[in-house]
Write a protein that binds this ligand. Structure first.
Ligand code: SF4
Length: 324
């Protein structure tokens, strides 16, 4: 059976104007990203702000087209699909945004918000749409009387439940979760994550989970992709990434998240310096200005991905055995 989503060598470049006489410069927001996800699994994409996570979300949700590379949804190449097939594919991919306040229309009641997408995309009549909306509300833990209320009448966690319900109205195969709990209180985060896990098990959903919070990813993901300046620098099963991270950037990210195990406290690595501009990335390994293991080769040669202990890593130091 074809994976629900498969990305091969995806790239997205933007032309940025540099002023009247300086011409354009190419911003490589995404470079050579690939992954494959079967039904019912979660891929977490992590990295600092500006690493390419949001660009990847826009490509996977078909909001933008890649500059190069291939994106397949349920085995169908979105790059060569005709208009009606693309419309079908768009129904299969939905997104839940970070900000449940901004993503819901404040002038519409919950019932109308949930039914709107059915009215646009299905032949269901008004009565059928109302039944479907009420069923979905029950599924995400919203009480029936909320049907006639406006978004501003709800807490952040309840609004995110409404956003999740809306994303599921068209029975998608893939849901992109773009920092879905980072705007919520910690106590509410756990409730929303539990709901997402239950819905995944019940509906066999595939999640692309975008987050900067590794403590959330640790409990939620099956696979993890660590991104730096538009490319994946380490990707593999969650256990491998969290128990024995190999890329220095992954180690630094993990070091910055709180850990309960006092034996691991000595391994902390501080991430120094800013993320360089993708308009002017450093040569060789883009992480070299911030890496304690950088050598001459790192400054000159782009590190390709290679397989080590069940995950892909792009690092000369790991390949040379300098980083164990
Ligand atoms: Fe550090 Fe070199 Fe590995 Fe880049 S390739 S992460 S600079 S050791």
């Amino acid at each position: 059976m074809a994976p629900v989503v498969e990305a091969v060598d995806l790239a997205r470049h933007y032309q940025e104007r540099q002023g009247l006489f300086a011409g354009n410069k190419t911003l490589k927001a995404l470079r050579g990203v690939g992954f494959s996800m079967p039904a019912g699994r979660t891929l977490a994409v992590v990295g600092e702000s500006g690493c390419g996570k949001s660009t990847l979300a826009r490509l996977v949700t078909l909001i933008e087209r890649p500059t190069s590379g291939t994106l397949r949804l349920d085995g169908i190449d979105a790059g060569t699909a005709d208009k009606s097939t693309l419309r079908e594919l768009r129904r299969k991919v939905q997104i839940v945004f970070q900000d449940p306040y901004g993503s819901l229309n404040p002038r519409k009641k919950v019932g109308a918000i949930l039914e709107e997408t059915l009215a646009i995309n299905t032949p269901m009549d008004a009565a059928e749409r109302a039944v479907a909306a009420r069923e979905m509300m029950a599924r995400v833990g919203l009480r029936p009387e909320f049907y006639d209320r406006y978004p501003h009448m709800f807490s952040g966690g309840q609004r995110q439940r409404i956003a999740i319900a809306r994303a599921l109205m068209l029975s998608p195969r893939l849901v992109v979760l773009d920092e879905p709990v980072s705007a919520l209180d910690v106590s509410i985060q756990a409730q929303v994550l539990n709901l997402l896990a239950d819905l995944q098990a019940e509906l066999n959903l595939t999640y692309l989970f975008i987050s900067h919070d590794l403590s959330v990813v640790r409990h939620f993901a099956d696979e993890v992709m660590v991104m730096y300046l538009g490319r994946a620098v380490e990707q593999g099963p969650r256990e491998a990434i969290f128990s024995s991270p190999r890329h220095p950037y992954t180690r630094a990210l993990l070091s910055s998240t709180p850990i309960a195990d006092p034996r691991r406290r000595g391994e902390r690595i501080k991430l120094v310096g800013e993320l360089p501009s993708p308009l002017n990335p450093p040569p060789g390994c883009a992480f070299h200005p911030r890496c304690a293991y950088a050598n001459e080769r790192c400054l000159a040669e782009f590190p390709e991905n290679f397989n080590v202990e069940g995950r892909l890593v792009a690092c000369h130091g790991v390949e040379e055995g300098r980083i164990g």
